[in-house]
Design a protein around this ligand. Sequence first.
Ligand code: NOJ
Length: 532
Amino acid sequence: MSADERAWWDDAVVYEVYPRSFADSNGDGVGDIAGVRSRLPYLSWLGVDAIWLTPFYPSPLADGGYDVSDYCDVDPLLGTLADFDALVAEARAHGIRVIIDLVPNHSSVNHPLFRAALAAGPGSRERARFIFRDAPGGEPPNNWPSQFGGPAWTRVPDGQWYLHLYDSSQPDWNWLDPDVPAFFEKVIRFWLDRDVAGLRVDVAHGLFKDPDLPDNPPAVPGLGPSAYRHRPELHALYRSWRSILDSYPPGVFPGRRTAIGEVWYDEPDTLRPYLEPGGLPQVFNFQLISAPWDTAALRAAIDATRSLAGGSRAPWVLGNHDVTRPVTRYARGEADDPERGERRARAAVLLLLALPGSAYIYQGEELGLPEVLALPPGARADPRFRRSGGERIGRDGCRVPLPWSAGGASFGFSGTSAGDPQASPWLPQPGDWGRRSVEAQRAEPGSFLSLYRAALRLRRGHPALGAGAMRWLDGVGSGSELLCFAREPGFIFAANLGRAPAALPPYREVLLASGEFGGGVLPPDTAAWLAG
Ligand code: NOJ
């Protein structure tokens, strides 16, 4: 593709919607598709280019919907296919594209094909679609762990074991069986035919397993290549998906279709084969999630991605529904300091949106929501909490339903006709959620929400923040704690990651700043967008 054929996703800002926690249209305490639809004007006002919906398919909800029992429908709790179509059409009217989540590593135990596999018994065609094994001696076939704790194997009454890299209710598909790719091709076309703009591919590093199922060595690297991560067979599959994506007409909204892989890694270099031409258009880079708040570390983290691909093929991200919210992450230190967390999270979003390429924002980040750590154990729904016997707190704290209004029963999360009964939100909201609500922040110039909106508007209008080249500015300012780069034409980003005020390089004008400053000196934990 030549420079003037940039794809829409090259510098898109995508907003991740966790539907059960976004907006509840019917007062049952669970967010739904009609709720997302009702908030499209907000998303358009905020200034995002696309939304990514995490799974909304029929599911027993053992893992927040990542346990799918029907890949081609909407869970009745969340609406209908007609609601989905209406959402896509209305989003389009706002110029917003819709990306959906494809979950190809595992299904739910309730999926008809898994039920058929259980019923058909050992050695059957039906069992070949999943990973069933015999194992002598009553022990699992190998030592692989479930990502949520405990072994990755569960035994069925006839004595065979099935593999589940996640919860026991999420059996892994056998991608070496030809039925499985054929099945998913149909699923992909089903949604692309409904005008979705792209797919976020869940566990994109994990679909293929070494068929010998060898034990993990004692010191297998956490997220590096192994018998079940980053297998070479993945890439032929992704090339085949790419040709499906590319077969849709580029000239009609939503335009060329994309797919973005969720690929976790220890070393960024592991992303290299995924970025070969002809594979998935994009994979996430999680560098900003893993890097500490330190100039050298952040710079190295950013350069590692840039040397591989740049942010158009490997979008930037500060958080998602699986990791501790940035405000809380950045508060951590020798002594936790919530104000520091907020200052750094504000500076971090200016970094996120100033880097070249595409960026993803997770719902509630724009409100500066913290991780809710004090959820009652009985309310927690994450299998990671359950399977670790409560030892690992899990991810519910970043999935608490959003506050839309400053007051009211669920801070505006559940909207029903006046007087109708309302169930409580499926996860309890903290008592002070109102001051963090959209309503409270919207008219407040210094709020998180105002900062996000201003940054998104500036980004859209500034020529440097699309395709503009990036170059580090070295030896500027008062010391090594200034993270500073230029984008062409005429844009400078600077963030002070140190503990003392730092002098800025010469600039013409302040376009936006994450905190107050004056006299060309940036206080600690503050970032600025400057006209150079
Ligand atoms: C990654 C998803 O983001 C996460 O929420 C889920 O639990 C696992 N994949 C398993 O599907």
